[in-house]
Design a protein around this ligand. Structure first.
Ligand SMILES: *Cc1c(COP(=O)(O)O)cnc(C)c1O
Length: 410
């Protein structure tokens, strides 16, 4: 009988009991708004910011309503203007170009390499062609490129960097936390990321003026002194009448759910890594399938897994995805012509009038993705890898005209 996987690719772990207890306490006292505090009380949101800043070694932290809101707030704090070009990855998730478009600015996409990181030569070319001064760098699917080379290039080009760390919360490059290389790091606490409050986000920075701008933008009214991970009132003094309120605050209920999860991030990274490496060894040697190498300096969080099917035609990939789905294995194919569920193809963001990027097109045509939720065991991962290996072999045998079976590149 054919093996079938019966687990769920979208089932996350429950909220820790400490988070549930803290959330119930907030519900019982009713002070959900972050600035609604009893005398002498310190709100959950202010504490969350202080603790997340400490975890990352950042001077300032602001909690927000979503990861997308954090990125838009970061761009506003950098005073990106309507019509201004903002560079970003051609392969990322829709909220990234959406954050740029929300300011009336113009996303300019940069090619992505076969290792799913930004192509630095194309970054330089796009920066020079457009005169952009900001890069919204997405560590898409947790692949952190060579941050030394990228930051040196951005420095030379005069580019300020905002890091989208939705998939790298808890990851590091040469020991430096992801989000701590650029001017501002942005994070998401949406259910499918590395901490779960349903919706939510953070930004962190060491720059006092950027932090003060972000706090005012988030909708602090004149209550910014109630923050614990923000600069002192003197920094706000010259800014407070010039910054619009773009309400996007975090609330105390979600902050209460999140606080106990900060201390779990490092353990979660280790558990994700075990699942990731299980999948990597399960798929190693499957002919026709290319795994993505992980650089030695990258301390990644393996919450999802990608592989490439170089040279496969669309019909055969569609057959593989359907065959795997029939056996309970949910694969996302980024080369599909029509967006299904969610999309990460730049050509689906027509509002940005993207130019054609042949290298990224070629990559996405053969790119497969799957989630690895922490509810999976290493046995689950081994079974999923066996099913994929089986289905890849079947697709290779299938008698299709025009079929080219490319050998794995490595
Ligand atoms: C999820 C995600 C975000 C932020 O998403 P929100 O739902 O707005 O929190 C940003 N970038 C990437 C790559 C993502 O996957």
């Amino acid at each position: 009988m054919m093996e079938r996987f019966t687990g769920s690719f979208t089932q996350q772990e429950p909220i820790p009991e400490a988070g549930i207890d803290a959330a119930l306490a907030v519900l019982r006292h009713g002070r959900l708004h972050r600035y609604n505090m009893a005398t002498g009380e310190v709100g959950e949101t202010a504490l969350l910011e202080e603790e997340f800043a400490a975890y990352l070694g950042a001077r300032y932290c602001l909690a927000l309503a979503s990861g997308g809101a954090a990125m838009a707030c970061a761009l506003r704090a950098l005073q990106v203007r309507p019509g201004e070009p903002v560079l970003s990855n051609a392969f990322t998730l829709a909220p990234v170009p959406g954050a740029i478009a929300s300011l009336g600015a113009r996303p300019v996409f940069v090619e992505v390499t076969d290792d799913l990181t930004l192509d630095l030569a194309h970054l330089e070319a796009q920066a020079q062609a457009t005169g952009a001064r900001v890069l919204l760098l997405s560590h898409m699917r947790g692949h952190v490129g060579d941050m030394d080379a990228l930051m040196a290039l951005c420095h030379r080009l005069g580019l300020r960097v905002v890091e989208d760390c939705a998939h790298t919360m808890g990851a590091r490059w040469k020991g430096v936390a992801s989000g701590r290389h650029g001017a501002i790091g942005c994070y998401s606490t949406q259910t499918y990321k590395h901490m779960n409050s349903g919706e939510g986000g953070f930004l962190v920075t060491d720059d006092a003026e950027l932090a003060a701008r972000a706090v005012l933008l988030s909708g602090s009214y004149m209550l910014y002194a109630r923050h614990r991970a923000a600069p002192g009132p003197e920094v706000f003094e010259g800014l407070k009448l010039d910054i619009p309120n773009v309400s996007s605050r975090m609330d105390n209920l979600r902050a209460a759910i999140l606080r106990p999860q900060i201390g779990m991030l490092d353990d979660r990274r280790a558990r994700w890594r075990a699942l990731y490496q299980g999948m990597e060894s399960g798929l190693a040697g499957v002919p026709g399938l290319r795994l993505i190498p992980r650089p030695q300096h990258e301390d990644y969080v393996g919450s999802s897994f990608q592989f490439l099917l170089p040279g496969w035609d669309a019909a055969r990939i569609a057959a593989l995805v359907a065959g795997a789905a029939a056996r309970g294995v949910e694969l996302k194919w980024f080369g599909a012509a029509d967006p299904q569920g969610f999309t990460s193809r730049y050509s689906h963001w027509r509002y940005a009038a993207p130019e054609v990027l042949p290298q990224t097109d070629r990559l996405l045509a053969g790119l497969i993705d799957m989630r690895l939720p922490l509810t999976f065991t290493t046995d689950d991962v081994a079974q999923i890898a066996r099913i994929i290996g089986d289905e890849v072999a079947q697709a290779a045998r299938a008698d299709r005209p025009g079929l080219v079976v490319a050998p794995a590149a490595d």
